[in-house]
Design a binder for this molecule. Sequence first.
Ligand SMILES: Cc1ncc(COP(=O)(O)O)c(C=O)c1O
Ligand SMILES: [Zn+2]
Length: 390
Amino acid sequence: MTNSTSINLRCSECGKQYSLSEIVNLCQCGKPLLVEYDYALAMKSLTVESLKGRDQNMWKYREMLPVQNRKHVISLGEGGTELLAAQRTGVKLGLKNLLLKDESTNPTGSFKARGLSMAVSRAHELGLNKLIVPTAGNAGSALSAYGARASMEICVVMPSASDPVFITDCQAHGARVELIDGSIKDCGEYAAGLVASEDYFSVATLKEPYRIEGKKTMGYELAEQLGWTLPDVIIYPTGGGTGLIGMWKAFDELEQLGLIDSKRPRMVSVQSEGCAPIVKAFDEGKKEAELWPHPETAALGLRVPSAVGDFLILNAVRESNGTAISVSEQEIYKSTLDLASQEGIFAAPEAGATLAALKKLLASGFVAATDQVVLFLTGSGYKYLEFFRK
Ligand SMILES: Cc1ncc(COP(=O)(O)O)c(C=O)c1O
Ligand SMILES: [Zn+2]
């Protein structure tokens, strides 16, 4: 057993409850399902002390993860990433306490490993063996790798504009790769067709309940690394928003578990000016985002014109007194290079976007020099060589 204390799934919008043994995607009402836990039971073994002795990967929070039986865990050692002080960048920007959560060191080079390890593990537990994902690239790499490890048939549907390295990567892991002229939304529609005609199970962002459970471990780790406190500001590059929503869920869970107090970071959602539906909805005070008509950005993971969890992203940003901000392609490029040349981290452009946003937020006064700020460097730059060669 994994000691999981998960009890059921519940709809994030209408509250309808589902059993954990059901194979489901979205709720009947079309909104994402989230896993619920028995906190009283989890608190018995998930404690500050017990965590100290556990291996440094995301499975150390097993009581609050949905896999029931350890034998179904499909792992490559995801999570347990460093929280690094950004000394040089901090000094340059006049920030005393700037931290980088370096997700680029995850298996397959991005934080997508966390979500896909969890989704593949639960799929394995539920007896599924044909999975499909629409992806900008990194989620496809991760699904292909974990799928290979679990001996599953994997199909990855990717925009043809994605860097060819993602195609090579997925194919090397034995996945079937379908290329679509369009955005990830078009890929999603194509994938839905294959779900219907070829019996794949979709693990599209927030369209199944378990990827978010992997991503939320970034929030658990961050709190633990900061001695069970949270920073003043979290800056997160937002496509589908699973990481942001996941961390927001994690913070509530940690408070229920008695591990942190009620103080929350201001959550900042960063997008590219070439695809900023969340920023637009935030600025206009809307509950949900409108479809972004012509999404374009080199930060491929941010090229998401509509997100099924848009209302959850907007809720978290608003409840936290955070904000949503867009940055230009030039700003993304410059800041991605800053991370490499000043901090030694060759990160993905999505990660660079967080530093670009920080610069703007300091200029506007949203971030103060005394704030403790964490940038989420969600992926490695090695799969974006064309971007750096520009
Ligand atoms: C490197 C990177 N950063 C950020 C994102 C956006 O992540 P999310 O869908 O959790 O908003 C992606 C998604 O593809 C990504 O690959
Ligand atoms: Zn519902």
